[in-house]
Write a new protein. Structure first.
Length: 240
């Protein structure tokens, strides 16, 4: 059975999957998480290729087992970059309220094209202009439907998000789109607008778009429901 490798979104880390990993284990799905590189440097900026390399190194370290990549939010760019680089190691892709890259466009381009984009009111650039952080209002938007202790946990663990990889246009060969892909749309999301999420998977095969009635952090708000949904995807694709 493939393992799930969970890829976090902007300013987050492997810590954000603390509740989902055991919830998936209850469904017989082995999952692990990693930290994407977050170095902030004007002379040596982190790139999408660095994200892909980090994912590839993790897969190699785990015996090159077939892996299902699940990317949250901006993690959609990282899992797509990895799938483009090593498609034979990837069993499938799950986008969790995630940006789905378009050839020649960056994540920043996608935010601009979305029109009203609430996240721009919820983040601020760091003093050096190389990264951004979530404001207190941003943390509230991330956690508005989560248990009371979650906001403090998230606030304590968030770190500056380098802008460079999100401003980097993606080059796609199309190979990532040949893999089994599923989208999990979060209906109460205050970070990535649900209509924008709808647009990413509008032309995907029937049964490959799924919904969960949560905000942007379903792994905290409803980890059991999310794990059950992912288990259903696992069964549909016969990832056994």
């Amino acid at each position: 059975m493939p393992e799930a490798l969970l890829i976090h979104g902007s300013a987050h880390g492997a810590w954000c999957w603390r509740d989902l990993i055991p919830a998936l284990a209850a469904h017989g799905i082995s999952a692990r998480a990693l930290d994407l590189p977050m170095q902030v440097s004007e002379t040596d900026p982190v790139t999408l290729n660095d994200y892909a390399k980090t994912i590839a190194q993790d897969i190699e370290a785990h015996g090159n087992r077939p892996t299902v990549l699940l990317g949250h939010s901006a993690g959609g760019y990282a899992i797509t970059a990895a799938a483009e680089a090593l498609p034979k190691r990837i069993a499938g892709l799950i986008y969790l309220c995630a940006y789905v890259p378009e050839d020649g466009k960056s994540l920043v381009d996608q935010r601009r094209a979305a029109g009203a984009q609430s996240i721009l009111d919820l983040i601020r650039k760091t003093d050096d202009g190389l990264a951004y952080e979530f404001t207190s209002e941003g943390v509230e938007a991330l956690c508005h439907d989560c248990p009371p202790d979650v906001a403090a946990y998230v606030r304590a663990h968030l770190r500056p998000q380098p802008i460079a990889p999100q401003a980097e246009p993606t080059r796609l060969t199309g190979v990532s789109a040949t893999l089994p892909r599923h989208y999990v749309l979060c209906e109460a999301d205050r970070i990535v607008p649900p209509p924008q999420q709808e647009s990413y998977c509008a032309d995907w095969p029937k049964g490959h778009a799924h919904r969960i009635p949560t905000g942007h952090s379903p792994y905290f708000a409803a980890p059991d429901a999310l794990a059950a949904l992912i288990s259903g995807i696992w069964a549909k694709e016969a990832w056994t």
